[in-house]
Design a protein around this ligand. Sequence first.
Ligand SMILES: *[C@@H]1O[C@H](CO)[C@@H](O)[C@H](O)[C@H]1NC(C)=O
Ligand SMILES: *[C@@H]1O[C@H](CO)[C@@H](O)[C@H](O)[C@H]1NC(C)=O
Ligand SMILES: *[C@@H]1O[C@H](CO)[C@@H](O)[C@H](O)[C@H]1NC(C)=O
Length: 335
Amino acid sequence: MSVTRFINPVLALMLMKLLIAKAMGGVTLSISNGGGSLRAVIFQDFLVRLRGKRLMLVGDSMNRNQFESILCLLREGLHNKSRMHEIHGHKITKGRGYYVFKFEDYDCTVEFVRSHFLVKEGVRINAQGSSNPTLSIDQIDKTAKRWKRADILVFNTGHWWSHGKTARGKNYYKEGDYLYPKFDASEAYRRALRTWASWIDRNVNPSKQLIFYRGYSSAHFRGGDWDSGGSCNGEKEPVLSGAILDNYPLKMKIVDEVIKEMRVPVKLLNVTRLTNFRKDGHPSIYGKNATAGKKVSTRKQDCSHWCLPGVPDAWNELIYATLIIQQTKSKSKNS
Ligand SMILES: *[C@@H]1O[C@H](CO)[C@@H](O)[C@H](O)[C@H]1NC(C)=O
Ligand SMILES: *[C@@H]1O[C@H](CO)[C@@H](O)[C@H](O)[C@H]1NC(C)=O
Ligand SMILES: *[C@@H]1O[C@H](CO)[C@@H](O)[C@H](O)[C@H]1NC(C)=O
């Protein structure tokens, strides 16, 4: 995606001011128009652009992180903060897989649908009688029926592909009824994304719906991985140089390749490089069950999700910038 030129100079100026305010350490600038803080004005404009629409994030817990970020940003645009609510009264937890937040004054919803792989998870009973997970890389996830109803969709999948069974690929990947005794995880990722792409091409109307794919978000574990004692606590500065900054994972090359072949234009939120810098942005020891900022566990650290406010806010600002460009373009086309 190239966000190089803002057609509407007023909004370009607003965005620029937002970035300046951020650079000044979150100081909110007041502007004369309306008297509210600049951020409130901007996120109110974001809400106006979402009026009457359903925005849905589909993916793993990293997308839930992005979902929480966008809820916080849009909330800043509300005069009365109580005019948003989860329609079933659900609180956000790791366990639940579907949320719908309604912004009453804008008749819009922001939703999250959990789908770790975008393709269908299953189980099989092995010879010893115990059940084992499988992944059907040629079938779309069962949550896809929900995806159809959204006006704006933001997909991701990535982190689960490097976990145990998925990475090993033994008696795990399926195509049709065939269970591969061993299958390469990268090739499985490619085929799964193609399954997703072909579902999008068959089910999405690009003149009515807008599709984003959010690129891989980097983790920063030192001395181990997420499940083997890796850490990132005490990091206060971003990475300023080194090979990690140029790291563009094979999974992202596969995403680029698959998206290029699609009929429906998919906007890639190409956030990988910007996340490479931010070793200082993860919850680390404060990730779980932290009360009043007290550290809880030094053994298992979270160096893959992000603190909020933080990095995912920038991903959502890219969505906002895309809406500005699209809506400005369609206005100039109609006039
Ligand atoms: C804010 O919204 C809530 C829920 O709709 C309502 O009960 C409350 O009266 C509102 N407060 C103000 C100050 O308008
Ligand atoms: C995404 O950004 C990386 C640099 O981090 C670049 O190499 C890659 O080509 C970009 N992908 C697309 C589709 O623009
Ligand atoms: C969270 O912290 C509280 C208070 O320290 C403790 O009672 C509770 O068991 C903790 N929960 C988890 C899941 O670790």
